[in-house]
Design a protein around this ligand. Sequence first.
Ligand SMILES: [Zn+2]
Length: 77
Amino acid sequence: MNDSLPDHPAIAYIMSHGYPEEQEPDDAWRFVCPSCGEELTPDDRVYKNNDGYVVACEHCITWEFASEVDEWEIKQR
Ligand SMILES: [Zn+2]
């Protein structure tokens, strides 16, 4: 056995805990929308900017044609 090789994290977990690391379904995947704070499900749609960051989700975003936006709505932003 070569002691200079570090154990794989999963192996190291088993060695220190005595059992494999279990992934709770609730903890395995969790995503909260950075815009509205909604906790998302894997099927929820998210919106990213061109830098790849999630900026919003389908719960807090809607879209319209620019021509349908009233002038007062533009001034609100
Ligand atoms: Zn959202």
